[in-house]
Unconditional design. Structure first.
Length: 210
């Protein structure tokens, strides 16, 4: 998988991380994985499931511009905030992460791109389980999944994995994070029966398709 990328660390030093939903360590890992996919000319587009106000999306766009990549960038979100938790999401965090939390508008996301003078992503305002096949590119090179909860991660994996190109990479946030146990359960359940090597680093699960 990816090695250290000079672009990733330089971009992170040069631009602000606009929300507390991402930190520089995880962002660097995500950008390194994305860059390795771009370096290796893996077929397909870039998708983010759970884009919120674009904290990570902005940096993915910057990296695509940096290497003059023509790949499309798709951002998916309900823009209604988090859905209700399921039983798999129960944790010591108790009532933290409430339904409707992290609600921002599509306009907020567009504004952040305008302010940064960057081309906006292709935005899909829908619950993940209401997406149709045509809403998702036929070939995906890189996916960042950040829907926090069991059902959100499960459905995003079900959508993304069949369309992920050979040697494409999916990164899932909140893996092994004790207050969001649903993310770990969804990843473990999904890859349980597959002979796929998953790597875990800084609360990220990183999976490359054989
Ligand atoms: C932690 S935030 C994402 C943070 C973002 N990736 C970043 O780097 O700043 C989680 C987002 O996922 C969205 N989300 C969670 N489950 C969803 C679902 N089932 N369908 C659509 N959006 C969902 C929420 O609306 C929220 O904006």
């Amino acid at each position: 998988m990816a090695s250290k990328s000079a672009n990733a660390s330089r971009l992170i030093k040069s631009y602000p991380i606009i929300s507390t939903q991402m930190d520089s360590k995880r962002l660097e890992i995500i950008l390194e994985q994305l860059e390795s996919v771009l370096d290796n000319a893996i077929e397909g587009d870039i998708v983010e499931f759970g884009c919120y106000e674009g904290t990570t999306t902005l940096f993915m766009r910057r990296l695509l511009e940096e290497v003059s990549s023509p790949k499309a960038l798709h951002a998916y979100d309900s823009f209604e905030g988090l859905p209700a938790k399921s039983i798999e999401d129960a944790s010591v965090a108790g009532s933290a992460f409430k339904e409707g939390e992290l609600r921002v508008s599509k306009r907020d996301l567009l504004y952040n791109f305008k302010k940064a003078n960057l081309k906006p992503p292709i935005i899909h305002k829908k619950w993940f389980n209401q997406l149709q096949d045509k809403d998702v590119p036929d070939a995906i090179a890189f996916a960042f999944l950040d829907g926090d909860f069991f059902n959100s991660i499960k459905v995003s994996l079900e959508i993304v994995w069949p369309k992920l190109s050979k040697q494409g990479i999916v990164v899932i946030d909140d893996y092994m994070r004790s207050n969001l146990p649903g993310a770990t359960r969804a990843v473990d359940d999904f890859f349980n029966d597959m002979t796929i090597k998953t790597k875990h680093q800084n609360n990220l699960a990183i999976v490359q398709k054989n």
